[in-house]
Design a protein around this ligand. Structure first.
Ligand code: FAD
Length: 456
């Protein structure tokens, strides 16, 4: 059975990254969670085994549900009905499969219902899902907005919103407006404090919002009357359950049709402040954008991998002048370059994700206790590296993905995806210890048992 993780050992190779030991050490805080959660790791080896299992389950769902659904999703696309965005029917099936597998809110601490996954592993999941359907990866990976809510929100907000994302609700980040694109300082959507109801009210328009009819939105809005620049902007949480936001248009795009890009109207929508006023653009949007950049880098690596697979399969099968075209030096050279760029881009992605992990983990520890001088130095070093590498990882990989996809599309429309004939993936879940599953999927039973299995 196809599996987008185990079929590409290049991904697992990055689990051996030298920084991984430090990341797990920081992320797991001496493996404290193992006392409370039977699926939490007890040591480094156990943590890596757990990551492999989660990646394996994702590879199974990606290859056997998301990939076979992708053509139908692309043809049907989302549509608008009475101010609501309705997903393509197979997108609903994809979301349900990811929910059942426990693949929402995966980066969040276990106390909120998450899997406490580092960024590096989240990026691997993103790559795998993108290889199956890049449009669906957009929807799924927007769950990373929860990282910003976790960092900026108060404990009450964390407790109310994070478990909902872990249970499978979706997110969006509402920044762009008709007159504020690259220049977000011009955002005009107005936030006013409603003294009577003791809440904020949002009024205005947002444009080009991916998954814009999501359950929980992070919204950039102007809270400071009379201001015109970024210093008057704050971040708000809008909960769809409260109403007040309608979708008035869905963009007709050239690709990733399954991913709804929405125009939204906010009419007195009830919202709550996330973090401090005036720091919306300066601090929180930067955090959102850096998360999104890594997401696009991972999406691009997944796309490049699929484009390379298609191109290679076609070149091995197609004959001209009595020979397979892969044997012509010009074609071989093209494929070698694609593979070299793919591997380089993937290394860049996981190297960057590791830098991000170290500084984010240290920032999180600093919320609990004072850091030692050495830890402070370490945080500074990796934050600088992450800041420099994040835009590079995004820029480099998205350029590679565009050229790889164009080359592969031009030569291989006739090859069919191998996953399309595979049997549907089973009901594997990342939160249920393998020994407790009633009917273990073949993909799980074929892997070596992890150490946590013996403890359950
Ligand atoms: C598919 C898709 C999904 C999106 N999803 C989201 C989302 O989820 N949330 C969200 O908030 N936004 C989203 N956006 C919006 C996206 O962030 C904006 O499109 C982007 O910020 C650019 O803004 P703009 O389109 O208004 O272009 P403009 O800012 O008007 O730019 C037009 C052109 O001018 C160039 N330009 C602008 N300023 C400069 C400068 N200083 N120097 C040189 N060149 C410049 C740009 O590079 C571009 O080529 C999405 C957009 C797309 C296409």
């Amino acid at each position: 059975m196809a599996n987008y993780f185990s079929d590409h050992p290049e991904i697992a190779f990055h689990l051996n990254h030298p920084l991984m030991k430090r990341i797990v050490e920081l992320k797991e805080r001496n493996y404290e969670d193992a006392k409370t959660y039977d699926y939490a790791p007890v040591d480094l080896g156990d943590a890596i085994e757990n990551y492999k299992q989660i990646l394996d389950i994702t590879g199974d769902v990606a290859a056997n549900i998301i990939a076979p659904n992708s053509e139908s999703v692309d043809l049907e696309g989302p549509h608008l009905e009475n101010g609501r965005m309705i997903y393509a029917s197979k997108t609903v099936e994809n979301i349900e499969a990811m929910r059942k597998a426990g693949l929402f809110g995966v980066s969040m601490p276990r106390r909120y219902g998450g899997l406490n996954l580092p960024n590096a592993i989240f990026s691997m999941l993103s790559e795998i899902i993108s290889a199956a359907d890049a449009g669906f990866q957009n929807i799924w990976s927007l769950q990373s907005c929860i990282d910003t809510l976790y960092e900026a929100g108060n404990e009450d907000q964390r407790q109310r919103y994070i478990p909902r994302i872990c249970a499978g609700e979706t997110m969006s980040m509402d920044l762009t407006e008709p007159d504020a694109g690259s220049d977000l300082q011009r955002v005009m959507l107005k936030a006013t404090f409603d003294e009577k109801e003791n809440c904020w009210r949002l009024n205005g328009v947002k444009r080009f919002i991916t998954n814009g009819d999501s359950d929980i939105h992070l919204v950039l809005a102007r809270s400071e009357e009379g201001t015109k620049d970024g210093r008057g902007l704050s971040m708000f949480i809008y909960d769809k359950r409260n109403g007040g936001v309608d979708v008035r248009h869905i963009e007709h795009k050239l690709g990733i049709h399954g991913s709804p890009t929405c125009e939204l109207t906010y009419k007195n929508a009830k919202a709550e402040l996330c973090g401090s006023t005036r720091l919306g653009l300066i601090k929180y949007v930067m955090s959102l954008m850096n998360g999104a950049r890594l997401g696009i880098a991972a999406q691009s690596v997944g796309l490049s991998q699929e484009a390379y697979n298609e191109g290679l399969a076609y070149a091995r099968e197609r004959q001209q002048f009595g020979d397979k075209i892969i044997n012509f030096p010009a074609v071989y050279d093209m494929l070698s370059r694609m593979k070299a760029k793919l591997d380089a881009g993937r290394s860049m992605l996981y190297q960057t994700a590791c830098y991000v992990d170290i500084y984010k983990c240290l920032e999180d520890i600093a919320r609990e206790r004072a850091l030692t001088p050495e830890e402070k130095q370490e945080l500074k070093k990796y934050q600088r590296l992450a800041d420099a590498f994040t835009p590079l990882a995004k820029g480099m990989n998205s350029e590679y993905a565009t050229s790889a996809s164009t080359a592969a599309a031009a030569s291989s429309w006739s090859t069919s995806a191998s996953a399309s004939t595979a049997t549907p993936a089973s009901s594997a879940s990342t939160r249920v210890p393998p020994s407790c599953r009633s009917s273990p999927p073949s993909v799980i039973s074929s892997t070596a048992p992890c150490s946590r299995t013996s403890r359950t």
